[in-house]
Ligand binder design. Structure first.
Ligand code: ADP
Length: 181
């Protein structure tokens, strides 16, 4: 089994796993680290569009372009998840202020999923691939924002972060342990 760690914050399960965002069949919605045009691409967006099939890009086209920090929702098509939430992360050091735009992604995705009455959501690490966000800072923003948003959620019971690399998983794990303080 992949490395996994779980913590409960105000009755909501927050999980970290090492793995692939397209292989999370037990969550209602997965989050895409999207590009502004909501098209396929490299990294997470490429993997999600390949797994979902071409109907995903077709459905998303009328919603594009989106702005940094924004989140929009589509169906999951051939993915095992009913929905995909597409977030545009900030390009580090270019879209400013990068920290609050990255926080907007996590908060807007959680609130949108909750509004759709979805009960579980899985995120990749937004902006830390092609967009160049340093992983340690991004992990802090992701987990702090999740913690701050939890009191506003009515339907979500499980929030999972899926880290592709072992070292990214370890970085998130350390930050999650610090959240307990
Ligand atoms: P961005 O353009 O927002 O930086 P990327 O997709 O380039 O998004 O990368 C975001 C993070 O997702 C990176 O840390 C990368 O290692 C990771 N990643 C890449 N492919 C996958 C995948 N299939 N599942 C989960 N995480 C992935």
């Amino acid at each position: 089994m992949a490395h996994q760690t779980i913590q409960t914050i105000q009755n909501i399960q927050v999980e970290l796993v090492q793995g692939d965002i397209t292989q999370q069949p037990d969550v209602s919605v997965i989050v895409n680290a999207a590009n502004a045009q909501l098209e396929t691409g490299g990294g997470v967006a490429g993997a999600i569009h390949r797994a979902a099939g071409p109907a995903l890009a077709k459905e998303c086209k009328p919603m594009a372009p989106i702005n940094p920090g924004e989140a929009v929702i589509s169906s999951g098509h051939r993915l095992p998840n009913g929905h995909v939430i597409h977030c545009l992360g900030p390009v580090y050091g270019v879209d400013q202020p990068s920290d609050s735009l990255l926080a907007d992604c996590y908060r807007n995705a959680l609130l949108l999923a909750d509004e759709y009455k979805l009960t579980s959501i899985a995120f990749p690490s937004i902006s830390t691939g092609a967009f160049g966000y340093p992983i340690k800072a991004a992990a802090g923003i992701a987990l702090d924002t999740i913690k701050k948003t939890i009191p506003h959620l009515k339907n979500i019971q499980k929030i999972r972060l899926v880290l592709f690399d072992q070292s990214d998983f370890e970085t998130f794990k350390k930050r999650l342990e610090q959240l307990e303080d």
